[in-house]
Design a binder for this molecule. Structure first.
Ligand SMILES: Cc1cc2nc3c(=O)[nH]c(=O)nc-3n(C[C@H](O)[C@H](O)[C@H](O)COP(=O)(O)O)c2cc1C
Length: 249
């Protein structure tokens, strides 16, 4: 039964020296999101004992992933140096170490994050019992960051949040926030209000690009005039793509 346990094993481009593997698990050693000397001593001892492979778990890839407090926050740049120390310690022995990157989805705790848990729909997780907030298009700042440019055609709350997703030096252009550009809450990005008056040369250029297939016109949604109320509601929701056209007869 144990004929192979001390034989090497190929794992894609890794060669494990044996088949003894310490599987991913929580240690509860983490403090303030950082891997520390206690982790290093713990994993080093396993490597010293002859473990061929260590999988290090509980690594959170996003600040919202907080089922409990003792997760290592690998989305923070400063943890790279901590991991360097860990790999140096483990590689003193013939051991490979693998990082298990993880996001527990809406299995998280608002008690730890002090904010709503985002999820696909408002259901309670069976373990944590917390009902998540369904993610809306307005929550885009959670998944977009470091953009060179933003072109906002919606205005209001979406315009205000747009600044948060720009990288330093980034530029945001707004055409639905009044005649002037909204004031930027950041001094390292630029807020612009381009002129969008109608003019023939630009319209002709767009028509050319359309004919060449370089750009595509968004779809047109048609409504009978009797459903104008519903159309108005959709228009006010500010998430309609393309044009809304009424069939009058
Ligand atoms: C406290 C604890 C935490 C665990 N955390 C993880 C984890 O973060 N990722 C994972 O893939 N498995 C996790 N597991 C599952 C273990 O890696 C392993 O698959 C499981 O314990 C079965 O192996 P065993 O019979 O040797 O205990 C965890 C298990 C325990 C007991």
């Amino acid at each position: 039964m144990f004929d192979h346990i001390f034989k090497p094993l190929n794992l894609r481009n890794l060669v494990l020296p044996n088949r003894i593997c310490l599987l991913a698990h929580r240690t509860n050693f983490t403090r303030n999101g950082r891997l520390n000397d206690r982790h290093i001593a713990y994993y080093r001892r396993r490597a010293q004992g002859g473990c061929g492979c260590i999988i290090i778990g509980e690594l959170a890839v996003h600040p919202d992933d907080r089922p409990w407090e003792t997760l290592i926050e690998v989305h923070r740049p400063e943890v790279v140096a901590d991991f360097q120390k860990l790999t140096d310690a483990v590689h003193q022995f013939d051991t490979r170490i693998i990082a298990q990157l993880n996001h527990c989805g809406f299995q998280s705790s608002g008690y730890v994050t002090r904010k709503a848990i985002l999820g696909p729909s408002a259901v309670a997780d069976i373990v944590f019992g917390e009902t998540c907030k369904p993610m809306e298009p307005e929550d885009f700042t959670e998944i977009v960051s470091d953009c060179d440019a933003v072109f906002d055609t919606v205005g209001g709350d979406v315009a205000e949040r747009s600044f948060a997703v720009l990288k330093p030096g980034g530029r945001a252009a707004f055409i639905a926030s009044g005649a002037t550009a909204p004031e930027s809450p950041r001094d390292d990005v630029t807020s612009l209000r381009p002129r969008v008056g109608r003019d023939r040369p630009h319209l002709e250029r767009i028509a050319e690009l359309l004919e060449a297939g370089a750009v595509h016109a968004p779809e047109i949604t048609t409504f009978p005039l009797s459903e104008a109320e519903e159309a108005q509601r959709i228009s006010e929701s500010r998430h309609l793509r393309g044009k809304l056209v009424f069939e009058v007869r």
